[in-house]
Structure formats: structure tokens, C-alpha cells
Write a protein that binds this ligand. Structure first.
Ligand code: CU
Length: 114
């Protein structure tokens, strides 16, 4: 009787182990956050439109001669300090957004979360 109980516990333990193993090796469920770079050059965000996943990181690097910033366009929900040449601003993306440089409003970019 005791043996049978031990056997049941063993089967259960093995099942849990196998389940954990399968869930961990499922490539669909395992999304590693990626990092992207948007360069600021010649009064432009490059690339101007970036498609990514929620949780990915974007780093904006100012490689222009002028000071720029990165500001969420509609609600100003997020934004960087003024970025001098060589400065960068890093953020984790949670939702799609349009952004621009508030110092030069013609400079626009877009983050698209899939
Ligand atoms: Cu600017």
C-alpha cells in the first residue's frame, strides 16, 4: 500500500517535470526582449518607423550636430531631456506611439507595437 502511494507521487512528480520542460522549451511562448537603436541624423529619426514587441528596448542616439529630443506627440506621456551630440535616451516600449522632436516639430517618428 505504501509502495503504491510512493509510485503515485513519483508519477505525479515526473508529470510536473515533463510539463515544466515542455513549457520552457516552447519557442512560441519564449520571447526574449530585443534592443533597437534609432539614430538621429540630419534632422531625421532613422528608422522613422520601427515595429517591435511590447517590452523591447529602444535607444535613441543623437548623431546630429544639433540638440534634439524625443517626445511622445499626442499626450507627452514620455520624453527625453535635450540630447546633445552623442547623447542617448533609452526606454522600454509598452505601446504604439507617435513621437517627435519638440525643438524641431518637423522631425517625427513612430513606434509600432505588434
Ligand atoms: Cu530636433
Amino acid at each position: 500500500m505504501k509502495n503504491r502511494f510512493a509510485q503515485t507521487v513519483n508519477v505525479f512528480a515526473v508529470s510536473v517535470f515533463v510539463f515544466v520542460l515542455i513549457s520552457c522549451s516552447d519557442p512560441e511562448k519564449k520571447t526574449i526582449p530585443k534592443s533597437y537603436t534609432v539614430e538621429i541624423k540630419a534632422m531625421q529619426f532613422l528608422p522613422a518607423e520601427l515595429t517591435l514587441q511590447k517590452g523591447d528596448t529602444v535607444r535613441f542616439v543623437n548623431q546630429d550636430m544639433l540638440v534634439h529630443n524625443v517626445t511622445e506627440e499626442k499626450t507627452k506621456a514620455w520624453g527625453s531631456q535635450p540630447l546633445a551630440t552623442g547623447d542617448s535616451y533609452k526606454m522600454v516600449v509598452t505601446e504604439s506611439s507617435d513621437y517627435y522632436c519638440s525643438l524641431h516639430p518637423v522631425m517625427k517618428g513612430k513606434l509600432v507595437v505588434e
